[in-house]
Design a binder for this molecule. Sequence first.
Ligand SMILES: NC(=O)c1ccc[n+]([C@@H]2O[C@H](COP(=O)([O-])OP(=O)(O)OC[C@H]3O[C@@H](n4cnc5c(N)ncnc54)[C@H](OP(=O)(O)O)[C@@H]3O)[C@@H](O)[C@H]2O)c1
Length: 318
Amino acid sequence: MSTIVQYTENGDLDRLSVADREAPDAAAGQVRVHVRYAGLNPVDWKILGGAFGPVQGTAGNGTDFSGVIDQVGEGVEGWKPGELVFGGHGAGAQAEHLVLDDPAQSLHRVPKGLGLDTAGGLFITGRTAIAGIRAISPAEGETVYVSGASGGVGVIAAQLAVNLGARVIGSASEANHGLLRSLGVEPVAYGDGLADRLRSLAPDGIQAAYSTQDASEIELLLGLGVPADRINAIGAGPRAAELGVHADGTAHARQEDLDWLAQAIAYAHVIAPVERVFAVDEVRESYRFLKEEHPAGKVLLRFEAAPLSEEQRAALRS
Ligand SMILES: NC(=O)c1ccc[n+]([C@@H]2O[C@H](COP(=O)([O-])OP(=O)(O)OC[C@H]3O[C@@H](n4cnc5c(N)ncnc54)[C@H](OP(=O)(O)O)[C@@H]3O)[C@@H](O)[C@H]2O)c1
C-alpha cells in the first residue's frame, strides 16, 4: 500500500486526510519517486481553502518533494532507479509514491552535500526567491530590505542578496533575529513602527526590496522612497501590478535555477534551515505549526523509507 494526503472538500486543515491506496506504477515515459520528504508552503492551505477555485473530486495536497526514483517507465532516458531527486508536483506531492509524466521538467538531482530533507522543501521557496531577487537585481553595497526573512522564501532571498554584496535588512519576529544575524542579515521587527525603524537603520535610504507581505508593505516601501521597479512583492496578489512593482514568483524561475541553488546550499553559500519534520500522519498538526508557531525555516512531512534490501541487511550483519 501507499500513503497519500488528500481532500475532497475545500475548507480548513481538518479537511486533510491521510489515506492508503494501491501504489501507482510508472507507465511508458513516466518516472516513479518514492517520496521521503514533502515541504509545506502557505499556498497549500490557500488552495485547500478554495482561493484558486473549488476542488474537483479527490485532490492531492502540496507541491514540494524529495525522494528516491524507484521505477523508470519504458522510453525514459537520463534517469535511473536509486537516484536521489527533488522537485515539484502541483497536483499533490504528499504521496508516498509519486508518478511524474515529465521528469525533465519536474525533477532535479540532489547534489552531494545537500540533505534529502532540505531538498524536500526547496521547490517553491527556492524558485520564488531566485526569480524575485533577479527582478530587483541587488548591486554590491546597496541596502536591500527583505520581509519575512525567517520564512521559507525570505530566508533564501535575503542570503542571495547578501551573496551579491548587498547590505540586507530582514524582518522577522524577535525569536528569529538570532538566525538572521547568523546569516549576515540585520534583523528588524515587523509591525507598528516598521517605517521608523527602517528609516533609522538606513538613513540614506533603501535601494531595493523583496516583500513577502501584503500590499500595505509595498505602500510603506514606496513611501520610504524605494523605487517601484526595485521592489518585488509576492504576497500582495494583483495589488502588486496596480502599484507598479514586480511580482515575480515561482512561475518566473528557470528550470536550471534550482540546480544552481542546490549547489549553493551544498557548498553552504546559502543555508536553508529546516525547523521541524513531522510524520505524514501528523499533517494537520504540521500545517498548524507552520501557521502559528513562527518556525525559523521550513516545515516538512516525512514518509517512511522503503525497507532495507537483503544486501543492505547482510552488510549490516556481517
Ligand atoms: N507568488 C509566488 O510565487 C509565491 C511563492 C511562494 C510564496 N508566496 C507567498 O509569500 C508569502 C511568504 O511565503 P513563505 O513560504 O516564505 O511563508 P512562511 O515560511 O510561512 O514565512 C512567513 C514569514 O512572514 C513573517 N511574518 C509573519 N507574520 C508577519 C507579519 N504580520 N508581518 C510581517 N511578517 C510576518 C514570518 O516571520 P516570523 O515567523 O519570524 O514571525 C516569516 O518570516 C506567503 O503569503 C506565500 O503564499 C508566493
